[in-house]
Design a binder for this molecule. Structure first.
Ligand SMILES: [Zn+2]
Length: 62
């Protein structure tokens, strides 16, 4: 039996050239604005709201 998770991880796709993203949670789940640098990673998870930011790679990996 498969149960739907009530809270699904939100994945936000951003341009591959983005160096960092700004997240304030958005809406009712808002939190103070934070900037999350990607560094050498292609994805980063906001430590406030758990939202995942994924950099689009120009070269498709699939
Ligand atoms: Zn956030």
């Amino acid at each position: 039996m498969s149960t739907k998770h009530a809270s699904v991880t939100t994945i936000v796709q951003v341009d591959a050239e983005e160096k960092e993203v700004a997240c304030d949670g958005g809406g009712v789940m808002g939190h103070p604005l934070v900037y999350l640098p990607f560094g050498k990673k292609n994805s980063i998870v906001c430590y406030y709201c758990g939202k995942r930011f994924q950099r689009r790679s120009s070269e498709a990996s699939s």
